[in-house]
Design a protein around this ligand. Structure first.
Ligand code: 13P
Length: 392
């Protein structure tokens, strides 16, 4: 099953009155547990990778695992950069396999938040990738005690939200209405009236961060007032950690696999509870029918060189791999050489774009133009190129 366009996915949730869980992964156990939950309750799901967690895992490795999990799944999946800090993070995430990105500049003053967010939106939209921005401030740190990071909640205002949306063009907005990241003592007070007003003014899918610790009734209120994406991590982390603590007390030996035994199930159970509560359970088929698949494009060039020898052709390919893979929306750059010396064409490029839009933005990108006009085209006049999508 291909990954699904997340704009379509969240629009479906928004219009049909449910929210999709955006669960932060920190390991393969989390990935497996979350995917099992989604399969069991036939729910769309968002696999989130939070930049604040990158010190705990290799982003490219885990994002590739998430992409493989999405390909193997029978439910709709999107892969999302959570709390990205700026343009470079967003490019890294898109080129690494995310089909949606969040830029979190909410701790900056409004004009700076708008400027940074708009930069990310322009780049991401040129790759066909939707963007979530945040306005107002949700304090705390995922996975930790909320009291340890008692930053002041800064509530989102309707006027600022309207202006922010107009100036940035974000696809989804994370709002601050009283939630905090991390483990809470008691329940936060939510300003549902404010949420209602923001929803009425913007009419785009809204996002809630700091899902852990809210009551069932609070979740229902959020969902019925425009929240289509709920970010959730600490409760999954606590469920897995609790299982490890139990294992460490009762296990005969203390090897890694014994200590982590059962964590997939613990994560699965909590994620499944959320999917049922937030109404996404049972929506997989409808999403698959009405939402566009996220489809990569392959840009293939076969060519012969003239005026340079094979070694120089190899150097040119290496330079191209380095330069072209940095361009936003380029997922892979592969180069090859014909197996048979007498093949009609001796060399090829296979460049994977994350989305059809990248055909244009890549073509016009200054780094591509420089490489193509100054290095490649002068020696590769004899070439054929095609952009194609894979037909399943
Ligand atoms: P919790 O860890 O409080 O569930 O919040 C998660 C989150 O908002 C990730 O962006």
């Amino acid at each position: 099953m291909p990954t699904i366009d997340i704009k379509d996915m969240l629009q479906h949730a928004y219009q049909n009155g449910y929210a999709v869980g955006a669960f932060d992964l920190v390991s393969l156990e989390f990935l497996e547990g979350i995917m099992e939950a989604a399969e069991r309750c036939r729910s769309p799901v968002i696999l989130s990778l939070a930049e604040s967690h990158f010190e705990h895992y290799n982003f490219e490795l885990l994002a590739t695992a998430a992409e493989t999990a999405a390909q193997q799944s029978t439910v709709p999946v999107a892969i999302f950069l959570d709390h990205g800090t700026g343009l470079d993070s967003a490019i890294r995430a898109i080129n690494g396999g995310c089909n949606g990105v969040m830029v979190d500049a909410s701790h900056h003053a409004l004009p700076d938040n708008i400027a940074l967010t708009r930069q990310v939106v322009e780049m991401a939209h040129s790759c066909g990738v939707p963007v979530e921005g945040e306005l107002g401030y949700v304090p705390g740190v995922e996975g930790e005690d909320a009291e340890r990071h008692p930053g002041k909640i800064c509530y989102t205002t309707v006027e600022e939200a309207r202006e922010y949306l107009r100036q940035t063009g974000v696809d989804f907005l994370a709002v601050s209405i009283g939630t905090v990241h991390g483990r809470m003592k008691g329940q936060p007070e939510l300003d549902i009236e404010r949420l209602e007003e923001i929803n009425r003014a913007l009419r785009i899918p809204l996002v809630i961060h700091g899902g852990t610790g809210l009551s069932d009734a609070q979740f229902r209120k959020l969902v019925s007032n425009g929240v289509a994406k709920i970010n959730y991590y600490t409760a999954l982390s606590d469920a897995a950690a609790q299982q490890i603590l139990v294992n460490s007390r009762t296990g005969a030996t203390k090897g890694y696999t014994q200590l982590t035994k059962g964590t997939i199930d613990a994560v699965r159970a909590e994620a499944e509870r959320c999917m049922r509560l937030w109404g996404s359970a049972g929506q997989a088929e409808a999403v698959l029918q009405s939402c566009r698949p996220w489809q990569m494009i392959e840009h293939l060039i076969i060519y012969n060189v003239s005026g340079i020898d094979d070694q120089q052709a190899g150097q040119m390919a290496a330079e191209g791999r380095r330069i072209l893979s940095q361009i936003p929306g380029v997922r892979h750059v592969l180069t090859g050489e014909a197996v048979k010396q007498d093949a009609k064409y001796r060399f090829c490029w296979l460049i994977r774009f994350v989305h059809e839009r990248v055909i244009e933005s890549y073509r016009d990108h200054p780094e591509h133009l420089r490489f193509a006009d100054q290095v490649f085209r002068p020696v590769a006049g004899d070439r054929i190129s095609i952009d194609y999508k894979l037909v399943h």
